[in-house]
Write a protein that binds this ligand. Structure first.
Ligand code: ZN
Length: 349
């Protein structure tokens, strides 16, 4: 069996980004992952906060390893219904209003009804607003135009829309012949797709892993506490698989696997990092070491919450993260290859 199978990973990723899952409303995407694993005859369990855990028993069950990737994404919530029938929103996760200007969106009511709309500056029309381009992109000036004939708050409420309804953004997923995937929410659904493909491969090859290995599909990472629980006392190493951050001065790119040495939470475990680099070098996997300045992961959240673990962070490089994201198939492949070796390697302690 060819591994990694990019075509399969891409099609899985396309499915994942197409299921709306802002932090706080992830049941549908978790159900999708649950079904995917059930088809592989892998048992899963949900934690109370809605994440999913799959465990593969290993040769040694006295020491465990844990890997995590998150399916929750950025999104928004209806904050106010304006007298005009437009919606004011509150953001879920860390991003700026300019990255959603003009974006198509979906509003999901608490009874499950779905409406579409567009996120716009109030002062968009250049034929009406002289300073259309100059106004600040913020909560005050940006609003949702619902695709329904509504002109008052009452008419909007009659649709069933209320404060607290979840808003998700159109992923606009596209795969190019040159091997790129462009979509919102590649953070971190690209890594979820990689982990699911990895589990499928382990199963297909009938590999007995050296240690019992848990895969946590976390559902609250964007708000800081996705992967800081359900860590067994036997867990020695905990590896977060999450996007590598690109920009000025960053070494991460869209073609290699990014190994994070430090982020806003501090350095990741030195020996684990060196172990990952060794594996990459021995098997000609292209990697980059990098520091992410404004970043925290589920692994650092686990450390912060008091777990005595060896923590690490690797992932595919994602351009324009938390906005108009893109990566290349080679970055996904290099990440998948490193993970395949890592889960079969010895613990460093
Ligand atoms: Zn992420």
């Amino acid at each position: 069996m060819a591994y990694p199978n990019t075509e399969e990973t891409f099609s899985l990723l396309k499915d994942l980004v197409s299921i709306p899952s802002p932090s706080g409303n992830t049941n549908e995407v978790i159900t999708y992952v649950e079904k995917f694993l059930a088809e592989l005859e892998i048992q899963t369990r949900r934690n109370r906060k809605g994440g999913l855990i799959a465990t593969l028993e290993g040769k040694d069950s006295s020491r465990h390893r844990m890997l995590t990737a998150h399916v929750d994404t950025l999104g928004a919530m209806v904050k106010e219904i304006k007298p005009s029938g437009r919606l004011k929103i509150d953001l879920i996760g860390g991003f700026k209003y300019n990255s959603i200007e003009g974006e198509y969106c979906q509003i999901e009511t608490s009874s499950g009804k779905k409406y579409t709309g567009t996120i716009l500056m109030h002062q968009t029309s250049v034929h009406v607003y002289k300073d259309a381009g100059k106004k600040e992109r913020n909560q005050e000036n940006m609003e949702i135009r619902i695709d329904e004939k509504v002109h008052t708050a009452e008419e909007v409420r009659a649709l069933g829309i209320e404060v607290g309804d979840f808003v998700s953004f159109d992923p606009r997923v596209e795969i190019t012949p040159s091997g790129y995937i462009k979509s919102r929410h590649l953070d971190d659904k690209a890594s979820v797709a990689i982990l699911l493909q990895l589990i499928k491969q382990i199963k297909a090859e009938n590999i007995l892993l050296p240690y019992t290995t848990h895969f946590l599909i976390s559902n609250n990472e964007e708000i800081g506490y996705g992967g800081n629980s359900n860590i067994t006392p036997e867990t020695v190493e905990y590896l977060a698989v999450d996007m590598g951050a690109m920009g000025d001065g960053q070494s991460t790119d869209e073609y290699t696997v990014s190994i994070c040495v430090k982020d806003a939470s501090g350095p990741y475990h030195y020996e684990l990092r060196k172990h990952l680099v060794r594996l990459a070098e021995e098997h000609n996997i292209e990697y980059k070491l990098d520091i992410y300045p404004f970043y925290g992961s589920d692994a650092s959240a686990a450390i912060r919450s008091g777990h005595d673990i060896i923590h690490g962070l690797i992932g595919p490089g994602i351009d324009s993260s938390h906005a108009f994201e893109r990566t290349h198939q080679t970055s996904i492949e290099n990440t998948a290859k490193l993970l395949y070796l890592y889960i079969q390697s010895d613990l460093i302690q």
